[in-house]
Design a binder for this molecule. Structure first.
Ligand SMILES: *Cc1c(COP(=O)(O)O)cnc(C)c1O
Length: 361
């Protein structure tokens, strides 16, 4: 078996320990004679899995009791509609910080349902920084204020959260969930597609304060109403059973193998430092993001020469470092170094880059 180092932005690498456990339990989950993907979601054995996943997530993220955890389908994208359908119900206004493609998509989708305002943008420099925010420019009576906490494509992250006062803060944490501690109480609602940092594709996690549930617009489809799922323990209809099981295994790995989210952060910082330190000293490669806003999870970099970039991506793939091609809007390369990327993978990538640099400057 030859596993590569997979730097994909998503779906992305999963802990090898988790994949092995899932493989061992594939045909016969804990003596029940079937795979988790074959069992009824109403069975006691699956109930144990879904409840276990939720309580581990609550424990690891420190989610207070007055928040519901919803395990849904539809991807982060569906939340771009579900959030306004459920929350844009007072003034019909919401504020957005445009820090990249995912924030822009959320902003555009919300325009279908109400007045979406862009309070700041970093588009002028290809989203390579987080704009400084002036609370005086925020909409005082907005129903919510949306940010994308970690910008997957551009490699930036909010290190300081906006001060929105009484306005509900909504955070897209698709590409940074459980990468480091996050104060859930600062947000009214958090959501994440699980396929970046937690599980295979198919699961969308929503963490929502209870007072924000139950005010959906009349036209809201049943499946898009948070109340539907909150009232039914995420089992209104068939949940993404196998992905929830995989997510539970990843949460157990974070808790038991890594030692919790604080340790996960230390590990992620150590990994990111290896790569950023090299980028800052390299004569060939350079990072595209201003140092103070750099992501721990997604690291875009360029040589400044499209042909050299392409040659590097190709050579890296042959050497077992795959999915390093950058997003088309940035060009160059991007290494996504999510929770499950081992530090050995980042070190080996940097060694390979040094070697490539020695031959190409
Ligand atoms: C990947 C991603 C999305 C889109 O997720 P889907 O689950 O494919 O809908 C949205 N926001 C962020 C920050 C992402 O990284």
């Amino acid at each position: 078996m030859a596993r590569v180092y997979n730097f994909s932005a998503g779906p992305s690498t999963l802990p090898e320990e988790v994949l092995k456990k899932a493989a061992a339990e594939m045909l016969d989950y804990k003596g029940c004679g079937m795979s988790v993907m074959e069992m009824s979601h109403r069975s006691a054995i699956f109930e144990e899995i879904i409840n276990g996943a939720e309580s581990l997530l609550r424990e690891l993220m420190g989610i207070p009791d007055n928040y519901k955890v919803l395990l849904l389908q539809g991807g982060a994208w569906s939340q771009f509609a579900m959030v306004p359908l459920n929350l844009m119900n007072g003034s019909g206004k919401a504020d957005f910080v445009l820090t990249g493609q995912w924030a822009v998509k959320a902003y555009q989708e919300a325009q279908k349902y109400g007045q979406a305002n862009a309070v700041a943008s970093s588009k002028d420099k290809t989203f390579s920084y987080i704009p400084k925010l002036d609370p005086d420019t925020f909409t005082k009576d907005a129903d919510y204020f949306h940010i994308c906490v970690n910008n997957t494509i551009y490699g930036t992250k909010f290190n300081t959260l906006p001060e929105t006062g009484n306005v509900t803060l909504v955070g897209d944490i698709s590409s940074c969930i459980l990468s480091e501690p996050l104060d859930v109480t600062k947000f009214g609602l958090l959501f994440a597609g699980a396929q970046k940092n937690l599980a295979p594709a198919g699961l969308t996690i929503v963490i929502v304060r209870e007072d924000l549930i139950g005010n959906a617009r009349d036209i809201t489809p049943t499946m898009f109403d948070y109340k539907t799922h909150a009232d039914n323990g995420s089992m209104f209809n068939t949940p993404p059973c196998y992905t929830i099981y995989m997510c539970k295994l990843v949460l157990e790995w974070i808790k038991n193998t890594i030692g919790g989210v604080e340790k996960m952060k230390e590990y992620n910082e150590a990994k990111a430092k290896i790569l950023y330190d090299y980028l800052d000293s390299s004569a060939l490669f350079k990072g595209t993001v201003v140092p103070e806003d750099r992501s721990l999870m997604n690291v875009p970099f360029v040589t400044g020469d499209a042909d050299k970039d392409a040659a590097f991506v190709k050579a890296a793939a042959s050497a077992g470092f795959v999915n390093l091609k950058g997003h088309r809007s940035v060009g160059g390369m991007r290494a996504s170094i999510y929770n499950a990327m081992p530090i050995e993978g980042v070190q080996a990538l940097v060694d390979f880059m040094k070697d490539f640099e020695a031959k190409n400057v």
